[in-house]
Design a protein around this ligand. Structure first.
Ligand code: B12
Ligand code: SF4
Length: 513
């Protein structure tokens, strides 16, 4: 029997390693695919989302396959894409890795969306319907009003069992970030500066999601720089507080947010339970190396202010900077515990494709491994300056085991009982336990080895050297053949409408940390 509507399968490929995405409160619904799915349904397609971490690829033959590609699962995404194409099903790839390496992605697909899907998905689907997909499609960095509403995404939640995901809901109120950290992909895929959604729409979205569950601890703002635009943040938090929703949420923010105690108090009133902070290093020189503006000497006071507001903290740290030596692991764990970081993440510095870090390490010939499935943040991909790769890899594993040792968790729990509401202390104890379990061992299931074509690496080096707001457009130009060869790329003028990238330029908020 013929289908009434064309069917698209949207796939999140499985990660071949354990780690953060298995930890309690870090098991997210695939928001990117819900977003793309809603865009497909706008155009009359039927979208089925498959999270390969939990379910096998369906037997059903779709009319189109869309795969989201992050670096860590790019090789897996390419294998899946090759299989579908061999069976005659067209494939479109999108997401952060495909946007920064569209030429590589296009070797495994009929189409690649560079950047955000909102502005371009209708054309991709029309071309798919007509059987003439045209390679690179440039999604712009448009107004967030074009992003699907909760009404459009709601039905996808039926596909996601409540017991599988926590936080159960992700919401995105802004895209982009004002900073320019060397190792970060976000500013390259979402642009520097920030675009916002209507605060009332965000509140409607949160309220609608809350209808589905009586649990109150399940919302995460995927924004990368929450609270950076004061005018917007006050408006959003005020609206959330007025709505009196029984919701507790987490958001990622610069630690600079703690300079504004009034804002912290309002965030608490609006349901903020945890702030996720990119602290990155306890050594100022390492932060300077990464073009990160934080000052570790201020961390104790700023973390204290967040705690005083009744909000817990999750701090992320990176090891492997040239200023890091073998003592960095112990110093970091002691410091983090001493200043009262409630949950901690540790990562090995990773030259993510398209970032300034990639450019620097590539130019210095230091990267020793280009198998993207190793770009997990748990493996050393270059020779560190002051220790060996093996020491760096052992160091991060030690840091996890030590920070989440039984002794430290018990001490933290006692502190939480004094500082926070009992239910929050119990939730944090559960997450601490989950981290300790997950990071007892970091295991990588062997996948077939992957090596990108040399020419794509050379193009990637050009992309990575570019200014953040230009990178993906330059990548698209190279893949399109506008820039003929990698060595001509830098001297070839590129016409880029950078103004379209940021609907509000830089944040008008106070200066960052
Ligand atoms: C939420 C989040 C998580 C969640 C999981 C989310 C999930 N399962 O989907 C958690 C906490 C588990 C997580 C973990 C990690 N994460 Co993370 N995460 C994010 C974050 C903050 C938001 C992602 C999101 O939902 N965005 C909202 C959607 C709507 O936007 P989008 O993904 O850009 O999608 C748009 C376009 O890209 C495009 N698109 C995307 N996919 C597709 C597919 C098709 C077919 C099409 C046409 C278009 C398209 O259209 C969408 C709509 O416009 C991003 C940063 C960011 N701003 O994206 C980092 C990010 C994706 N994470 C990153 C990393 C490195 C990790 C970790 C490896 C860190 C670590 N060491 O533990 C782990 C890996 C865990 C794993 N195995 O999955 C990097 C990835 C870099 C890279 N080059 O791949 C990012 C970009 C952060 C960064 N600072 O660089 N992460
Ligand atoms: S503050 Fe975070 S999101 Fe912004 S550039 Fe730095 S690492 Fe990226």
């Amino acid at each position: 029997m013929g289908r009434q509507r064309p069917v698209v399968h949207l796939i999140l490929p499985r990660s071949a390693f354990n780690g953060l995405h298995h930890v309690l409160a870090h098991r997210f619904v695939p928001l990117q695919l819900m977003t793309v799915g809603a865009l497909c349904e706008r155009e009359g397609w039927e979208a089925r989302i498959v999270d390969e971490n939990y379910e096998p690829l369906p037997d059903e033959r779709p009319d189109l396959v869309g795969i989201t590609v992050w670096t860590i699962f790019a090789p897996r995404a390419y294998r899946i894409a090759d299989r579908y194409r061999a069976a005659g099903v067209p494939v479109v790839l999108g997401g952060v890795h495909a946007s920064l390496l569209p030429g590589e992605a296009l070797r495994h697909a009929d189409a690649v969306v560079v950047g955000e899907a909102e502005g371009v998905m209708a054309r991709v689907l029309a071309d798919a319907n007509a059987g003439r997909m045209a390679g690179i499609y440039r999604g712009g960095w448009g107004d967030m009003a074009a992003a699907p509403t909760i009404g459009e995404m709601y039905r996808f939640y039926d596909r996601f069992p409540a017991w599988r995901y926590w936080p159960q809901y992700s919401v995105q109120s802004t895209r982009g970030c004002r900073f320019n950290c060397d190792y970060c992909s976000v500013i390259r895929i979402n642009g520097r500066g920030q675009r916002h959604r209507d605060p009332e729409e965000v509140v409607r979205e949160v309220a609608k999601r809350m209808e589905r569950t009586k649990l109150t601890a399940g919302l995460f703002f995927t924004d990368d720089d929450f609270g950076s635009d004061l005018e917007y943040t006050y408006e959003l938090l005020g609206a959330l507080a007025d709505a009196k929703l029984k919701v507790k949420w987490t958001a990622q923010s610069s630690i600079g947010i703690a300079r504004n105690e009034e804002l912290l108090a309002l965030a608490k009133k609006a349901g903020c339970a945890v702030l996720f902070l990119g602290l990155e290093s306890v050594t100022r020189q390492s932060l300077v190396e990464a073009n990160k503006k934080n000052r570790p000497s201020e961390y104790p006071e700023l973390i204290g202010r967040i705690h005083d507001a009744g909000i817990a903290t999750e701090g992320a740290f990176i090891f492997g900077f040239d200023h890091d030596d073998r003592t960095v692991f112990e110093r970091t764990v002691e410091f983090a515990d001493e200043i009262g970081v409630d949950l901690a993440l540790f990562n090995v510095l990773t030259p993510a494709p398209g970032t300034a870090t990639f450019a620097r390490y590539w130019d210095d010939g230091r990267i020793v491994d280009f198998d993207w499935s190793h770009y997990t943040g748990y493996w050393a991909l270059f020779e560190p300056a002051n220790m060996s790769r093996a020491e760096l890899e052992a160091g991060i594993r030690w840091a996890y085991r030590e920070f989440y040792s039984r002794r430290r968790r018990a001490r933290r729990f006692r502190r939480h009982l004094q500082l926070l509401a009992p239910d929050m202390a119990v939730v944090l104890a559960g997450i601490n336990w989950s981290f300790s379990r997950e990071f007892r061992r970091i295991e990588h299931q062997p996948e077939p080895p992957y090596a990108p074509p040399r020419v794509e690496l050379e193009r990637l080096a050009v992309t990575s050297r570019a200014d953040a707001n230009r990178a993906i457009w330059l990548a698209a130009d190279q893949a399109d053949g506008v820039l003929a060869a990698p060595d001509q790329a830098e001297s070839t003028p590129v016409t880029l409408d950078v103004s379209r990238s940021v609907s509000r330029p830089l944040s008008r908020s106070r200066s960052p940390a």
